[in-house]
Write a protein that binds this ligand. Sequence first.
Ligand SMILES: [Zn+2]
Length: 231
Amino acid sequence: MPRDARSFGGRYRAAGLPRRVLRVVFLGPPGVGKGTQASRLATERGIPHLSTGDLLRATVAAGTPLGREAEGYMRAGQLVPDDLVLRILAGRFAEPDARAGFLLDGFPRNLAQASRLETMTALDAVLSFDLPAEVLVARLSGRRVCPVCHSVYHITDHPPKVAGRCDRDGVELVQRPDDRPEAIATRLAVYAEQTAPLLDYYRARGLLRPIAADGSPDEVAARVRAALPPP
Ligand SMILES: [Zn+2]
């Protein structure tokens, strides 16, 4: 964003003029590039980017009663129950920066969560990012990580300077078990199975906006903007 546009936006807000609220959900399979687009849109529209993983970690770190409750499940290696996630989300929606709206990334994951969410807040749009399965498999199976410093590389999109070695410490890069092609096929199948009912649910409410996620990040960002009400 150009500097003058940002300061203009800042003056606008400082003057207390209303901005259009944007409450949006991003859905998409692993590897589709949804996180990148979510960060960009959240910055552009001045709304918090809420991914449940980050939100849970932040709540635990804050040491609130809800955070301590969540920590119990996470320490035990259990999934944090929907009810608790929704109570944490409700608290987050009430914070001042969420008055302009929010971007939910990776939530809801199923129909039960979607119908609970609907009782808590209205949504303006649900963006569903799509890419052919073979492209997703190629993207995900090319990922390599450093087992020591956890730097992430990609054999074609973000290769290390020396093949197979971490740029920072020279350690041999590894492929996570989750990123092997068989595991990826399973992850994508699970995603499709869980998400299909959600897509129907939001389509029936007139909220679903499919986004073709091929092309450059700028091209995808332009499709995202076109699918949403203007700021
Ligand atoms: Zn490293």
